[in-house]
Design a binder for this molecule. Structure first.
Ligand code: A2P
Length: 274
């Protein structure tokens, strides 16, 4: 398993598991068990996924030691604010049945409240309740604004990233700031997985399109959290031990279309949004 060292020294697996994965034929515990068997040791959840209690039950019963896995959760829109965030942390850790998180993120950049949310995350970080703090769905202008007041640098920005929306400009800015780029929906949910250019590359390497996409992100130093409810695909998404050539990397870069799955973060300022 490949790790990246975050800007505060914490080590994070480059490939994690999106814990809102589902399979009609398997229970949640069976899906998660397959993920652990496949080898995942980073579990990404959020208050808004509504799965934290189930995930907590699973993790406690899994036989995994707490130090053996990396646990990420996120503050929901309606939990933002200083006191609200401290309470949200208590609720999240109670549901997950743990005393700490490895990474706690602001789920969406809702303007003024995120200063107070961030202050609460800094408090949790300084007190040792969370090993690292970061953001999600923040664009350059949100980061600039946050950094006018932040005393702790975010370690991660988790953003929608896949070949049709590759975030190369924001990626460069994150690199400048020393913030690790982590991709949500790295497989792009649907169309990208049928792309003929990717299909051609996959065929040449004898791997799947999903593996090409994930490998391309890792070679760009983008951490990924693919989700799958299918045990074979879960395992496939961790089997990334091959190297794409510079030419193939450039071919995949050229697939950029500016096509998002969800609306732009600034259009997402509603209470009930993740
Ligand atoms: P499934 O759960 O049936 O495997 P993302 O993480 O980008 O949001 O993508 C998740 C979607 O991609 C799910 O619908 C998942 O379906 C599908 N998926 C995950 N891994 C693979 C893979 N290796 N090959 C094809 N589809 C995949």
């Amino acid at each position: 398993m490949e790790f990246v060292t975050l800007n505060n020294g914490v080590e994070m697996p480059m490939v994690g598991f999106g814990t809102d994965a589902a399979n009609d034929a398997l229970s949640y515990g069976e899906v998660m068990d397959a993920a652990v068997q496949a080898g995942y040791r980073l579990f990404d959840t959020a208050a808004m996924y509504g799965n934290q209690s189930e995930l907590g039950d699973f993790l406690v019963g899994s036989g995994l030691k707490r130090d053996d896995y990396f646990l990420t959760s996120k503050v929901a829109q309606k939990e933002q604010g200083y006191e609200n965030t401290l309470q949200a942390f208590k609720n999240t850790t109670a549901a997950l049945q743990t005393d700490h998180l490895d990474l706690y993120l602001v789920h969406w950049p809702k303007f003024d409240p995120f200063f107070e949310t961030w202050r609460a995350l800094e408090h949790l970080y300084k007190e040792g309740y969370v090993r690292a703090i970061g953001v999600s769905n923040f664009e350059a202008h949100h980061l600039d604004r946050l950094l006018t007041k932040a005393t702790v640098m975010p370690v991660v920005d988790q953003i929608e990233t896949h070949p049709y929306f590759n975030q190369h400009v924001l990626h460069g800015y994150l690199e400048e700031l020393g913030i690790q780029h982590q991709a949500w929906s790295p497989l792009g949910r649907g169309a990208v997985l049928q792309d003929p250019v990717l299909a051609g590359i996959a065929e040449r390497y004898g791997v799947s399109i999903a593996q090409v996409i994930l490998r391309w992100q890792i070679q760009h130093n983008v951490a990924v959290i693919p989700k799958s409810g299918n045990p074979a695909r879960m395992a496939q998404n961790l089997a990334l031990d091959f190297q794409l050539t510079t030419t193939d990397m450039a071919r995949i870069d050229a697939l950029q279309r500016g096509e998002r799955i969800m609306g732009a973060p600034d259009q997402n300022y509603t209470e009930d949004l993740w």
